[in-house]
Ligand binder design. Structure first.
Ligand code: F6R
Length: 241
């Protein structure tokens, strides 16, 4: 079930998304957050940091699980999702490093996937933040991914690598070819899902998520079956609804 909140632009989207997030954290200081990287949630993360600094909202007891990580990039690489999350959110909060979970690449990839699933099994995610790919991916679950899958290794689609080349000197060859991602099954277990989407390049994916058939070709369309999804979209991203 979708609650769709349409706003004018990225700043308003970030304000609204922050409100939804803040309610969860304020109601339960020990909540479990599912987090995303990418451009879409950065404004919300900035507001979380501001609120922590100005109002003292504490994340000391909060646990987080990120959606995904590139394969083949060291944690210290500025574009690893480990670096992204510390730079854009964790360094500004009082969160404890031991409560932060980000999928990790490793020699035994199968074992790394199982490890992440096992860590998540002990928790229940209160709110999962999702951006949406221009091809409808959620996490790095690309079109064609089965809906019943848990943490797995993916080959990134060329369109996704093109979209993300902006973070790699606009050079697609520098964008990793593989990633480790939380699966759709795990995402669907979150109690609440918050989708943030901004910009005209998301309009087709947003329309397919909400009004299209539920089909693996648009992974986000699986959210039609989730009981509690808040979608915060700006005008451009909502233009095909
Ligand atoms: C990020 C992630 C991806 C992004 C999506 C949108 O952890 O899993 O699904 O949310 O690619 O990216 P942006 O927000 O950069 O447009």
């Amino acid at each position: 079930m979708f609650e769709i909140i349409k706003v004018a632009n990225y700043e308003e989207m970030s304000d609204k998304a922050f409100e939804v997030m803040k309610e969860v954290v304020a109601n339960n200081p020990k909540c479990v957050l599912g987090l995303a990287t990418g451009s879409s949630p950065i404004g919300m993360y900035q507001r979380m940091i501001k609120d922590h600094k100005e109002n003292g909202t504490s994340y000391a007891e909060v646990t987080t699980f990120n959606l995904d990580e590139y394969c083949g990039l060291p944690k210290s690489h500025p574009e690893s999702y480990y670096s992204f999350m510390h730079r854009n959110l964790f360094s500004g909060l009082d969160i404890k490093e031991e409560n932060v979970h980000i999928p990790e690449d490793g020699e035994d990839k199968e074992a790394k996937c199982k490890e992440y699933d096992a860590a998540m099994e002990e928790y229940s995610v209160d709110i999962q933040v999702l951006g949406i790919g221009s091809n409808g991916h959620i996490g790095f679950n690309e079109p064609g991914t089965p809906f019943d899958i848990k943490t797995h290794i993916v080959t990134l689609k060329e369109s996704t690598r093109k979209d993300n080349a902006r973070f790699f000197n606009d050079n697609i060859d520098e964008v990793p070819t593989h990633a480790i991602t939380m699966g759709i099954d795990t995402i669907m277990h979150a109690k609440k899902i918050l989708v943030v989407a901004s910009g005209a390049n998301k309009a087709d994916a947003v329309a397919a998520m909400i009004n299209g058939p539920k089909d693996v070709e648009c992974p986000a369309s699986v959210l039609q079956d989730h009981p509690n999804v808040v979608v915060v979209v700006d005008e451009a991203a909502a233009s095909k609804l």
